[in-house]
Design a protein around this ligand. Structure first.
Ligand SMILES: Cc1cc2nc3c(=O)[nH]c(=O)nc-3n(C[C@H](O)[C@H](O)[C@H](O)COP(=O)(O)OP(=O)(O)OC[C@H]3O[C@@H](n4cnc5c(N)ncnc54)[C@H](O)[C@@H]3O)c2cc1C
Length: 372
């Protein structure tokens, strides 16, 4: 006999993924959002570079990014009264060793225009012209106001009757009589459907539910904030990156942040930067520019969690009843979050997704690809 669950949907994880899915579901379903930390957004969502780049990631990522653009440009008034994207630009640089990556990037991109090394240096005077073999500029790359988006979704969730429970790390999941029983640090709950939006911990959550992991790898990415080079107003500078992904930099509240673009696989944890990795990245930045870094103002690291094909995992797991994956967003989880949340809500409510992204994208996202 099936008993009634207290909630239709329990979302595990209060980052951008869980908050977005919750905001899209809450008017139609009784929803609970369970977050391990005392603040949603403590992990990857609170540690990103906050950029929206159309020419980034594989085909499903690009489709989800394109499908998210109009929502971020003109969000619903109950989420934010102002646009969530603001101009930034992206300058991609290649040394001679990066020729193949540069050609591949140009070949697969739209709105990414080649610029001469002279023009690149005219724009960013700290760059060393002799280390630039080729450059391209994407004017449409923008900053994302993550905080407004995340808080807007959480506010909508609560106003529509959704319940947020923090300090509620899920420790056990059992499916009995058609209901998920959920044990957490803040008590026990029941729900008909689980949404696994636990970021770097999503495979651990699946294991609690008796499922095989899909093979997610959390990868550390570190950032050092340095003072703006003397005599330069960096605020209007674009994001500058090396096509071989050895470093990138971006203005940050009057300073510059520099990343070694590291992708070191780690266990899911409250991650901090590795000093050696950070130093190596800063050195690569110094080699490409005229800047000598004498002071790091602060540093941090976050986890970018990838499936083996670097495509997110979104959909019901064919190996369990009412267990929904919303994980593996890698380095693109903010810029794809509106479309990802809409897809998740539509699939959970049994509604069509064809007005969001193509069927091909939906099947690329499906966890079924790991269950053959
Ligand atoms: C340095 C860096 C730069 C980035 N730059 C960009 C960028 O410019 N643009 C972009 O689009 N993306 C970027 N990303 C990627 C983006 O930040 C992530 O893809 C996104 O934040 C993932 O969101 P999430 O909600 O899945 O994960 P998280 O924000 O990590 O949320 C998962 C939540 O689940 C909770 N949780 C885990 N286990 C449990 C449990 N058992 N019970 C209850 N709760 C649990 C955690 O506490 C956490 O709050 C960047 C990431 C990093 C690290």
């Amino acid at each position: 006999m099936t008993q009634a669950a207290a909630y239709d949907v329990a979302i595990i994880g209060g980052g951008i993924a869980g908050a977005g899915a919750g905001a899209m579901l809450c008017g139609d379903r009784r929803c609970l959002l369970l977050e391990a930390e005392d603040q949603p957004g403590h992990h990857s969502t609170g540690r990103s570079a906050a950029v929206f780049i159309l020419n980034y990631g594989n085909a499903p990522i690009r489709a989800l990014t394109r499908a998210s653009e109009s929502y971020l440009v003109s969000p619903p008034a109950d989420i934010s009264e102002h646009t969530l994207l603001s101009p930034r630009g992206h300058l991609a640089l290649a040394e001679e060793s990066g020729r193949a990556q540069f050609d591949a990037l140009l070949g697969e991109s739209q709105g990414l225009d080649p610029v001469t090394p002279e023009r690149a240096v005219a724009r960013i005077p700290i760059l060393k012209q002799d280390s630039i073999f080729a450059a391209a500029y994407e004017a449409d790359a923008r900053d994302i106001d993550i905080n407004s988006l995340h808080q807007g979704w959480l506010r909508k969730f609560k106003r529509s009757g959704g319940e947020v429970c923090t300090k509620a790390r899920v420790t056990r999941l059992a499916h009995k009589n058609g209901i998920w029983e959920i044990e957490t640090g803040a008590g026990a709950f029941q729900a008909e459907t689980i949404v696994n939006a636990a970021g770097a911990w999503a495979d651990k959550v699946a294991e609690m539910a008796g499922l095989a992991p899909v093979g997610l790898t959390p990868m550390r990415r570190s950032i050092a904030v340095i003072p703006a080079p003397e005599g330069h107003d960096v605020m209007a500078w674009p994001l500058v990156s090396d096509v071989e992904e050895r470093w990138y930099m971006k203005p940050d509240a009057g300073h510059l942040f520099v990343s070694p673009a590291d992708e070191d696989p780690v266990e899911p944890h409250d991650v901090y930067p590795d000093d050696m990795v950070l130093a190596e990245g800063v050195h690569r930045f110094e080699t490409a520019t005229s800047v000598e870094v004498t002071r790091v103002l602060r540093s941090w690291a976050g986890l970018r969690t990838f499936a083996s094909d670097r495509t997110p995992v979104v959909g019901f797991d064919p190996a369990a009843e009412n267990f929904f994956w919303l994980a593996g967003q890698g380095g693109y989880g903010i810029q794809t979050s509106p479309a990802m949340a809409q897809v998740a809500a539509a699939l959970i409510m049994g509604q069509p997704t064809s007005d969001i992204v193509s069927d091909e994208t939906i099947s690329a996202l499906s966890p079924a690809r790991f269950r053959t």
